[in-house]
Design a protein around this ligand. Structure first.
Ligand code: DAH
Length: 340
């Protein structure tokens, strides 16, 4: 064999070493080339027939073939070993390991109650309307038939802005916004944030949330209102919860009522949560005052409607047993993660 032939053998040998799929293949390649009856010993044997002046070069070529093939076999063997521990071995995926923990946020209890209330009302045909937190005095008070001597207009209660606008003290102005734009019938709920200049304590917060409802059509009655609130109470607090109305006054409804839910803790027997009364005050409500209809250009002779408004925090507190409204605003994760 001359040098060129040896080079060709070397290339072939190294290539088949690198193609080996397992340890047996490696051994087979080794035997084929380097074994006692392999190609290399034959080359060595043939050296004596090579012309003397070429002999040294051919001998070196044969040596180089042996070294290159040994290196390739070794390299391929360690590659196969490394792959085996990653791919082949059954331990590559351990199904018994605990899953990886991923920190996941939780819904805030206020959001939970808003979402649930919206779901409940949407099942009986209410759609959601929203209005801005910055509201005009007209929509927050005047259009809602609240005379300007009413105490709620006082600085004590309302955050007035330099612009003359205010931070809405209730979600009721959204009723006005909707009726200004849309002819009857109207059936909406409006959840949102409200603001009052209240000193914070266990049950008061300067900002809080309400959900307001408004239903206007022909022949809407107080009985419809009671049925709707009873349905809501049962869906939100449990099937044994009922409602009762107590006479009240709101400028924008006539007649006006306050609506209590059966205390869901004692189911009316009397306990600490309901201060032994068996009832919990939840909503203000009533039949929309004809003067409100006149303000928005509705025919007060042709339509009737009911409206209600309730505090989201209050519902969240009784539903989840939260003793202090400030816990809803402290953003303490130890509290919030309980609502997972
Ligand atoms: N806006 C009232 C409040 O914040 C609650 C309320 C009472 C809303 C009667 C109404 C209603 O829509 O008809 O105290």
């Amino acid at each position: 064999m001359n040098l060129a032939e040896i080079e060709a053998v070397k290339a072939r040998a190294v290539a088949s070493a690198m193609d080996a799929a397992n340890a047996q293949d490696i051994e087979a390649v080794r035997i084929e080339y380097l074994g006692r009856k392999g190609l290399l010993p034959q080359i060595m044997k043939g050296l004596k027939d090579v012309a003397p002046e070429d002999r040294a070069a051919v001998g070196q070529g044969a040596n180089a073939l042996k070294n290159a093939l040994n290196a390739a076999l070794e390299k391929r063997l360690s590659e196969l070993k490394a792959n085996a521990t990653h791919e082949g071995a059954p331990s590559a995926f351990d199904a018994t390991l605990p899953g990886r923990w991923r920190a996941c946020g939780t819904m805030h209890p206020i959001s939970l109650v808003i979402e649930e209330a919206v779901r409940i009302f949407s099942r009986i045909g209410f759609t959601v309307a929203e209005g801005p937190d910055v509201e005009t005095g007209y929509r927050n008070f005047e259009a809602l038939n609240t005379p300007d001597y009413h105490p709620s207009l006082d600085n004590q209660d309302t955050f007035w802005l330099e612009s003359g606008e205010l931070l809405r003290t209730q979600t009721s102005p959204v009723q006005i916004r909707v009726m200004e734009k849309q002819p009857p019938p109207v059936r909406i709920v409006t959840p949102g944030r409200c603001y009052r200049r209240d000193t914070t304590d266990a049950t008061h917060s300067a900002n809080f949330h309400q959900i307001e409802g408004l239903y206007v059509d022909t022949d809407v009655s107080l009985a419809d209102l009671k049925g709707t609130l009873a349905y809501f109470a049962q869906q939100m607090m449990g099937p044994d919860v009922n409602v009762r109305f107590r006479p009240h006054f709101f400028p924008f409804t006539e007649p006006s009522v306050e609506c209590d839910f059966t205390c869901h803790v004692c189911l009316g027997k009397g306990c600490r949560v309901c201060k032994q009364s068996g009832w919990i005050e939840i909503a203000g409500a009533g039949m929309v005052d004809p003067r409100v209809f006149e303000r928005v250009g509705y025919d007060a002779e042709a339509v009737t409607g009911y409206a209600f408004g309730m505090g989201i925090e209050r519902i969240a507190m009784i539903k989840y047993g939260v003793p202090d409204i400030r816990m809803l605003y402290d953003n303490d994760v130890r509290f919030l993660t309980q609502f997972r």
